[in-house]
Design a protein around this ligand. Structure first.
Ligand SMILES: Cc1ncc(COP(=O)(O)O)c(C=O)c1O
Length: 349
């Protein structure tokens, strides 16, 4: 046997580029705004002597801050190093059957990667022609369901009623609702975790809390599911959340006014961008997220992507079936969006 035979070969997720320097970065759905001033204070107040010790693994301060925002108990919250890690551990813990896990054909492209990594059978369910989800497609035998809501990269929201319909039907499998973008136009289904013991709702600090750099995500679910998830996590790494991240995330969760200000501004900038793109002949899907998915009937999305890059404006292009005519554009500051529109206007002229 050669060494090579023992190496696991996987096809990894490819994240958006992280260009350095003076660029307009609208390609990875980060916030264009700095973290709350309360976060800065919390980081400055950290007793650095304490960093020689392992962080708290119960994360009481952060869980208490989350409990100020959602009506959940401490043993219904699971924390992780970004929602990617939370989702990866959820897949490992809850998708454990011979039946296929169901998710849309167009969605967050990490889902098939985790399935492949863990050897979980999966089926990509085609979205309808208009890129919406048909709830009844998820009402059949399966080994679990995962839905990003709003969906990515489309930005389209599935109503809470339709989410509940899917959760109610699937009593014998776990349904994960990935609400990474819910704060930009959706309504969280977290209250439903008290009605359904098969529902897991995943959130992140990377988008609406302006903290992609600290890597904090969390999930909420009934305490029984949470206990199983904690056991898997503790078989992997007990200290997933570092001391600095815990303090920063707790301060962000507590600053409701700043959260409201930033999310409202993103929504206003999104409305402005969509109407300007409309004027330039683009067609944009209805978005409830901090990004939009747009196509132009007369111009190639790939060419526009390359052109914008040459102007130091980074958006996301996916060379994949059904969506290769679209660009995913993160909503930035008002000034960034005006610069984008001016560049597109120039291109189209
Ligand atoms: C739908 C969706 N879920 C989860 C994530 C992961 O976010 P994070 O690991 O930063 O919390 C992303 C990141 O872009 C996403 O688009």
């Amino acid at each position: 046997m050669s060494l090579r035979d023992n190496i696991r070969i996987v096809e990894p997720y490819v994240p958006g580029e992280q260009p350095q320097g003076d660029v307009i970065k609208l390609n990875t759905n980060e916030s264009p705004f700095p973290p709350s001033p309360e976060v800065v204070k919390a980081i400055m107040n950290i007793d650095t002597d304490n960093l020689r010790k392992y962080p708290s693994f119960v994360c009481t301060e952060l869980k208490n801050a989350i409990m100020q925002n959602y009506d959940v108990a401490e043993d219904e919250i699971f924390l992780g190093n970004g929602s990617d890690e939370v989702l990866a551990l959820c897949f490992m813990t809850f998708f454990n059957s011979d039946k296929a896990v169901l998710f849309p054909d167009i969605t967050y492209s990490f889902y098939p990667v985790w399935c492949s990594l863990y050897g979980i059978p999966y089926e990509q369910v085609p979205l309808k022609e208009d890129f919406t989800i048909s709830k009844t497609d998820y009402c059949r035998s399966n080994g679990g369901v995962v839905i990003a809501n709003p969906n990515a990269p489309t930005g389209i929201l599935l109503s809470s009623e339709d989410v509940e319909y899917i959760v109610r039907y699937n009593k014998d499998s776990v349904v994960i609702i990935d609400e990474a973008y819910v704060d930009f136009g959706g309504e969280s289904v977290v209250p439903l975790i008290h009605k359904y013991n098969n529902l897991v709702v995943v959130h992140t600090y990377s988008k609406s809390r302006n903290l992609a750099g600290i890597r904090v995500g969390y999930a909420m679910m009934c305490s029984e599911l949470n206990a199983a998830l904690e056991a898997v996590k503790n078989s992997f790494n007990s200290y997933t959340l570092n001391t600095v991240s815990q303090a920063a995330a707790a301060a962000a969760a507590a600053d409701k006014a700043y959260f409201k200000k930033c999310t409202s501004e993103i929504k206003a900038n999104r409305a402005y961008t969509v109407s300007e793109l409309d004027r330039l002949g683009f067609k944009t899907l209805p978005s409830a997220a901090n990004f939009i998915f747009s196509t132009h009937p007369a111009y190639s999305a790939k060419d526009i992507f390359e052109y914008l890059k040459s102007k130091n404006i980074y958006v996301r292009y996916f060379n994949k079936p059904r969506i290769s005519d679209y660009l995913r554009i993160t909503i930035g500051t008002g000034a960034e969006m005006s610069t984008l529109i001016a560049a597109l206007e120039e291109y189209i002229k």
